[in-house]
Ligand binder design. Structure first.
Ligand code: ADP
Length: 579
């Protein structure tokens, strides 16, 4: 075994790909405990809460419905008092009078039966035997007395029609309708209607009848309205329909007492009625549409029956909120647990990595020191001895750097890391670091291309910290160069910044890892197992943040990486330089 083989000892370290959000066994246990002790009981409580609320809601609804019922009865009774006292109220639909099993009002049949006076016998006979001229003269004579004026004028008008003296007849009908609108013909039909019909003066007559201008019996009203407009269905006639149903189905209670309101239901009807001393029943049918459409909603609103949906909404919202909070809690816990687990894992990785890293230089130093000691000045050539000593010095330096990095990290973590920033030209400092490093690179067979200007605009920087950052990038370029042996460095001015760049043609980094590599302990598994413990770039970023600058990376797997340190140019200097 040659001594060189030992240099491989330190590469035992296995780099691991970090998995975000991987929950450890401990995390799973925590979540399980959380679910069992919080989520499940909360769910049960929520369920019971909903059930109780639902029950209460139903009870309340029943109570309210009962109250509405009572209120409705009360209101109806109050309204009936008004109606029976002669007032009007929207609850009263059709007024009725009822006696001995017969409906008096709304009258279904015309009770009008008037015998034609005996004075008209002659005129009537002449009219019947179509002696129009004679009849005309007779009616005209009758019309001279005030007593039968309207009846006689109607006869005159009829005869004029027969004699085809239409103009005169019409004028007479008009006159008759105007002067005696409330007189009735022998069939009980008001001249206000029939004379107007004969005069063909019917505009607005239908509506006038519907408005109740004349009190008409059902048969007369029906006849007149259908004569005026056979197509139209009048709401006015519905009162007679009611009267018909009343007559067929209504049965007042026995032994009615005065001034007490009774109620009765038949078919779809609901009527309230009273009786008077003579035993005549008067009452009205309740307008159920008005009750359902106006009164009931009013009472329901008063009882708060319509508000059932509001507490439901509030309660639903509260439940949704509770579920949301519990879910959010679970999520936050999950995230915290997985983050904690990850940090723990990273920390233990870190400890083992550092131990490994320390072991390599120590082993080498001990090995070469022992060899030198054992062989003394004998057995080793001059060249070999100086090589061994070189290795011891190099490994000691590596050890120092390593310990330095760990100490810096712990200062950064504690918040004790300070930087001593001073404005200056960064070019000579960078050139010196690169020169120092070149020797090491060339010894390992690397070629270094450099594009460094003699000076750059002033930036504020801490030379020690910046040196550490630059060396870190160069170290990484070497570590992750794969088979390539070319590294480039470049320093230039970009806008208001000075940028230092280290480029290699090595293994590269997938885009998904570009941000993560700057996190502490983070290492990409790029399969080469090169030493390190994921602190270098974390510290580089810390240094750049402290400088008011930033660290950037462009990289592609298999094509190499380009790391950049960007420092802002000092503005006062920039201003004074340009003026
Ligand atoms: P390490 O000590 O592991 O090198 P760093 O913080 O310096 O830690 O780098 C973090 C990770 O970034 C490394 O493990 C490596 O996977 C990746 N990396 C850094 N520099 C390069 C580079 N020049 N080329 C490819 N990968 C790199």
């Amino acid at each position: 075994m040659t001594i060189r083989d030992f240099s491989g000892l330190g590469r035992v370290l296995v780099s691991r790909k970090m998995k975000l959000f991987r929950v450890s066994g401990l995390g799973r246990r925590t979540i399980l405990i959380y679910i069992v002790t919080i989520v499940v009981p909360a769910g049960i409580l929520l369920y019971l809460g909903i059930k109780t609320f639902e029950l209460q809601r139903r009870n309340l609804a029943t109570l309210k419905a009962e109250k509405v019922d009572v209120d409705l009865k009360e209101e109806t009774l109050k309204a009936s008092e008004v109606v029976f006292a002669g007032g009007t109220h929207p609850i009263a639909q059709y007024w009725f009078e009822f006696e001995n099993g017969e409906v008096l009002r709304p009258a279904l049949r015309s009770g009008w039966r008037r015998d034609i006076p005996s004075e008209f016998a002659e005129a009537e006979r002449e009219e019947l035997s179509e002696e129009w001229h004679k009849a005309l003269a007779s009616y005209r004579a009758l019309a001279r007395t005030e007593t039968w004026k309207a009846l006689a004028l109607a006869g005159v008008a009829r005869c004029l029609e027969k004699l085809e003296r239409m103009q005169e007849a019409r004028a007479l009908w008009r006159d008759l309708a105007l002067s005696y609108p409330d007189d009735r013909d022998p069939s009980g039909r008001p001249y206000g209607i029939v004379a107007n019909i004969s005069a063909k003066n019917t505009a607005g007559l239908y509506e006038k009848i519907e408005s109740g201008r004349w009190e008409l019996s059902g048969d007369v009203a029906e006849f007149l309205l259908t004569t005026l407009d056979p197509q139209r269905k009048s709401a006015y006639l519905q009162r007679f329909e009611f009267a018909r149903e009343l007559e067929e189905q209504f049965q007042p209670q026995a032994n009615l007492r005065e001034n007490i309101t009774y109620e009765s239901r038949f078919g779809d009807r609901f009527v309230l009625y009273r009786t008077d001393a003579a035993g005549k029943v008067t009452g009205f049918s309740v307008d159920q549409e008005w009750v359902a459409g106006t009164l009931l909603p009013q009472l329901q609103r008063k009882a708060g029956l319509n508000d059932v949906s509001r507490p439901e909404l509030v309660y639903g919202g509260a439940i949704a909120l509770a579920i949301l909070i519990v879910s959010a809690g679970v999520l936050v816990l999950l995230r915290d647990v997985s983050r904690e687990a990850r940090t723990n894992r990273l920390r233990s990785d870190f400890v083992s990595s550092v131990s490994h890293e320390l072991k390599t230089p120590i082993t080498l130093i001990r090995l070469y020191s022992e060899t030198l000691l054992r062989h003394g000045t004998l057995g080793l050539g001059e060249q070999e001895r100086s090589d061994f000593q070189g290795i011891i010095v190099r490994e000691s330096e590596r050890l120092t750097r390593l310990i330095d990095q760990v100490l810096t990290f712990s200062r950064v973590e504690r918040g004790d890391q300070t930087y001593n920033l001073e404005a200056g030209d960064v070019a000579p400092v960078i050139a010196e670091i690169v020169d120092d490093y070149r020797e090491l690179l060339e010894r390992s067979g690397f070629s270094l291309k450099r594009a460094l200007p003699d000076s750059t605009p002033m930036v504020r920087f801490d030379p020690t910290a910046l040196t550490r950052a630059v060396v870190n990038l160069l170290d990484n370029a070497v570590k992750y160069s794969g088979d390539s042996r070319e590294i480039e460095v470049r320093l230039d001015v970009r806008g208001a910044d000075v940028a230092f760049e280290v480029a290699d043609h090595g293994v590269g980094i997938p885009a998904s890892e570009h941000q993560k590599i700057f996190e502490r302990f983070y290492r990409v598994d790029n399969g080469n197992g090169k030493g390190g413990y994921g602190l270098g770039l974390y510290l580089v970023r810390h240094v750049m943040d402290a400088h008011g600058g930033r660290a950037e990376v462009d990289s592609e797997p298999g094509r190499g990486s380009r790391f950049r340190l960007i420092l802002p140019v000092v503005t006062e200097w920039a201003n004074s330089a340009s003026s």
